[in-house]
Design a protein around this ligand. Structure first.
Ligand SMILES: Cc1cc2nc3c(=O)[nH]c(=O)nc-3n(C[C@H](O)[C@H](O)[C@H](O)COP(=O)(O)OP(=O)(O)OC[C@H]3O[C@@H](n4cnc5c(N)ncnc54)[C@H](O)[C@@H]3O)c2cc1C
Length: 428
């Protein structure tokens, strides 16, 4: 049954809101009569997905839009488990509970939270259908559904975890690693780029090797099959770390099938003959694509969603925006930059509701700390800026950026401060 809860904005309301302006400061100064505008009369912005990108967008839309907008965040889960720092669950330095965040602060800010999923989008009528049977209309729709996986034949994630979405999967991999026997083997596979968190799989191989052999003294073997021709980031650093831990690294290795019962897989190097490998613990990270709703709504080109990087509006539908891992601007698929994209998008959406053009020169920032042992981490940070002649975001190349720092205990400590700030800026 379709329940239209909010009407689409009309011209007079737009003009009224334009004269009002947006933002908390404006809201504070509003005459009482204007503050009594009912929610049903406000522009309605729906954000789909409460991860790093979506939760940030909802928070900043409400903070900057003030009482001039109604923001609804739709996320099926009551709590979000951060993939960031989740490799430290594998060596017992973190728990998934310690990486879990709710949406109470969003609610306190005035964001309406609906714990359900969007099952379809009607682009012409500007409505979304929810899996609870309801429908909602929107003036602007921001999609931040993260990633979906392309599983190869035989891959059952309940037996062979990817642990690339955090929570149950992370704990399953930890449980399996905890019972890895002396002299056992750990095999990790890395998908073709682009995938979520470029340094993440290399970081995981190091953390696990350190835990299995330096902490537990198991004398285990660690093998990494990488579908890419080389380490996709921080190549020298990770090559040195792999040598330090004796990790066997096989590039150009594409996984062709998985036997989830037997914990074995077949793979092919450079398209050559299939080979077989079995392991005590198998961690297959599948190839990735935009969240399913992007495909269902016809908002993809290939595996990702094409958008205008000035405002993240889909190039295939107006008033729909895509941010975070699903977007196809060529920027990395990572939480820190998803948070950054969300702010650019929130600003542009609020401007558009006032009839204003987006910022013509947006910049975004990416940062990844990668633990490589119990005490050391690397750090990689980059800035992207809009290039008006190509219409794309491009990497800023200066003596300061991109900046990569070799593993150190100082980075390891800084990593927790950085993550704490990002978590707070997103969910606090
Ligand atoms: C081991 C590991 C380490 C990492 N380390 C870093 C790091 O150091 N730095 C960094 O920047 N990034 C890091 N990342 C990457 C980062 O976690 C992701 O890039 C980030 O979570 C992506 O955010 P997102 O909001 O796009 O997607 P997600 O965080 O996946 O959020 C998407 C949300 O959308 C919801 N959703 C999906 N479909 C629907 C629907 N139809 N209706 C409603 N809701 C829906 C989902 O339930 C989910 O909560 C790491 C990742 C891993 C796995």
């Amino acid at each position: 049954m379709k329940t239209k809860t909010l009407s689409t904005a009309n011209f007079s309301r737009r003009s009224f809101l334009k004269s009002l302006g947006f933002g908390a400061a404006t809201a504070i100064g509003l005459p009482v009569a204007m503050q009594s505008v009912s929610a049903a009369e406000l522009p309605h912005i729906i954000v789909v997905g409460g991860g790093f990108a979506g939760a940030t967008a909802a928070k900043y839309l409400q903070m900057w839009g003030g009482i001039g907008v109604q923001v609804t965040l739709i996320e099926p889960n009551e709590n979000y488990v951060s993939p960031i720092l989740s490799n430290l669950v594998l060596n017992g330095q973190k728990t998934t509970d310690s990486l879990t965040f709710g949406y109470q602060d969003h609610q306190n800010r005035g964001v309406r939270i609906l714990h359900t999923s969007v099952s379809s989008i009607d682009k012409n009528n500007q409505t979304v259908a929810l899996s609870n049977g309801q429908a909602l209309s929107y003036d602007r729709l921001i999609l931040a559904p993260g990633i979906e996986f392309d599983f190869v034949a035989g891959h059952d994630e309940n037996k062979v975890p990817h642990a690339w979405k955090a929570g149950v999967q992370t704990n399953l991999l930890k449980t399996q690693l905890d019972s890895l026997p002396a002299g056992g083997s750990f095999v990790l596979t890395i998908p073709a780029a682009p995938y979520r968190c470029p340094p993440g799989p290399y970081e995981r191989a190091c953390v696990v090797a350190d835990q299995l052999n330096n902490v537990r003294g198991l004398g285990a073997s660690v093998t990494v099959l990488d579908e890419n021709p080389n380490f996709t980031v921080e190549a020298e650093t990770f090559a040195a770390q792999f040598a330090r831990y004796g990790i066997a690294y096989i590039p150009n290795a594409r996984v062709t099938s998985v036997n989830s019962e037997a914990k074995s897989l077949t793979y092919s190097v450079n398209g050559g003959a299939e080979q077989m490998l079995s392991a005590s613990v198998l961690n297959v990270i599948p190839n990735q694509k935009a969240g399913q709703i992007i495909f269902d709504a016809g908002l993809n080109s290939g595996n990702w969603a094409p958008v205008n990087p000035l405002n993240y509006e889909s190039t295939l539908a107006s008033n729909i925006y895509v941010i975070g891992d699903s977007q196809g601007t060529g920027q990395p698929k990572a939480g820190h930059i998803g948070n950054s994209e969300a702010k650019v998008c929130a600003d542009a959406v609020l401007r558009s509701l006032s009839g204003l053009a987006p910022d013509p020169a947006p910049k975004t920032n990416s940062a990844c700390y990668s633990p490589v042992s119990r005490t050391e981490a690397t750090w990689l940070t980059a800035v992207y800026e809009f290039n008006a002649s190509t219409g794309q975001m491009q990497l800023v190349s200066t003596e300061n950026y991109p900046y990569a720092s070799a593993p150190s205990t100082r980075n390891y400590g800084d990593m927790f401060n950085w993550a704490g700030n990002l978590f707070d800026d997103t969910f606090g």
